[in-house]
Ligand binder design. Sequence first.
Ligand SMILES: *Cc1c(COP(=O)(O)O)cnc(C)c1O
Length: 466
Amino acid sequence: MGRKRKGVDMKTPLEPYRVKVVEPIRLVDRQRREELIREAGFNVFNLRAEDIFIDLLTDSGTSAMSMHQWAGLMEGDESYAGCRNFYHLQEAVEEVMGFPFVLPTHQGRAAENVFFTTLLKEGDVVPNNIHFDTTRANVEYLKAVALDCVVDEAKDTQLEHPFKGNMDPETLKAAIRQYGSERIPVVLMTITNNSGGGQPVSLANIREISRICRENGIPFFFDAARFAENAYFIKMREKGCEHLSISEIVREMFSYADGCLMSAKKDALVNIGGFIALRDEALYHRLQNLLILREGFPTYGGLAGRDLEAIARGLREVLDLSYLQFRIEQTAYLGQLLDQAGIPVVKPFGGHAVYVDAKQFLPHIPQSQFPGQALTVALYREASVRVVEIGSLMFAARDPQTGEMHYPDLELVRFAIPRRVYTASQLEYVARAVIEIGEKREKLRGLRLVYEPPFLRHFTARLEEV
Ligand SMILES: *Cc1c(COP(=O)(O)O)cnc(C)c1O
């Protein structure tokens, strides 16, 4: 499959679908882009999506649905209670994941809110490989501790290791000894590990962490947003799993867990939705109370019947091997194009995104002048491509006591790939844009803040060029 490129043996990933409906995108000219990025205060969150050519801001809720999912929307049953689509969702969750009880929510963070508010009290501890930011925020909002227990290999951006999402069993055991299992109402595991660069967790690690949880009587749940991408990595990389089907691997992964929290905006291939799924009937009834208060009646949970149908269908579709192969290869393809051109990228490539190391790419811009944001701005200026900074604009903070600035270790720019949306040639265009910026990188200028909100600064900050 694929074709040989000039002197480079690189496989172009081959799309396993054809186009039935098109959404036009337009490339606004350079002069207009210059005006727009200034009006946006050099913050790409302030741009209108219509003024962007290729949008790699996030893979969340940006998937293209299949004809089967679109057809399912017409079968939406919008009854307040007991709509047929809820039962379809329940059947799909049971078939794919093996959990008998499902509580739909309007998205992943709502599932987190209902789950943690029901389970946690002040001073409790929730271990995870790495908490995703909404997960951490929901735990900390309840004055509990969000404890990251990822393996050390995850911290080295250049180390090639097949399962950098794994949780360190010794760190987990030490946490159980330190806090006692009474203070740990649940252990969470994020598959794939989003905040760690979309790195997978092995089946062996899932098995071991599950065993430790069982021995200590602690429920074990997945943050399962990218469960199918994780299963694909297991099939490709874990010894003894190469002959298993994706659905067999998924069933085995979930067989070690007591339940999961799901953002359906990722691997359920829909634009909105989430759920909690679990085995424990008593806990299911406890969760229902808050669900009704916050989200809605338990058979719709903040969604329309048609949304539930799209999720039910997406959960089965995402197990398709040719889809997953294309998905993971497409991400790696963008990564390889950049890597072969000498652009510093985080390795190995994760499932849903490629990360450029902006500190290495723009060594002349100090962290105090936001090198990641400078690259993000340049990509819009040069090519009308939108990516997101995950570095000092997002994380740098002033010490409240000393007034000193603390900068994050990593200064990354994330290129997230929406599912089934862009073609290989569109990603080649993105790679060319980065490479061209690289050729004149010393001309890029740093930025300084002119407006800064009190929290979640990166979403609404405004900047100017130094
Ligand atoms: C996206 C995401 C969430 C939150 O889900 P939303 O649907 O965006 O609210 C939680 N955990 C992980 C790992 C995610 O990727």
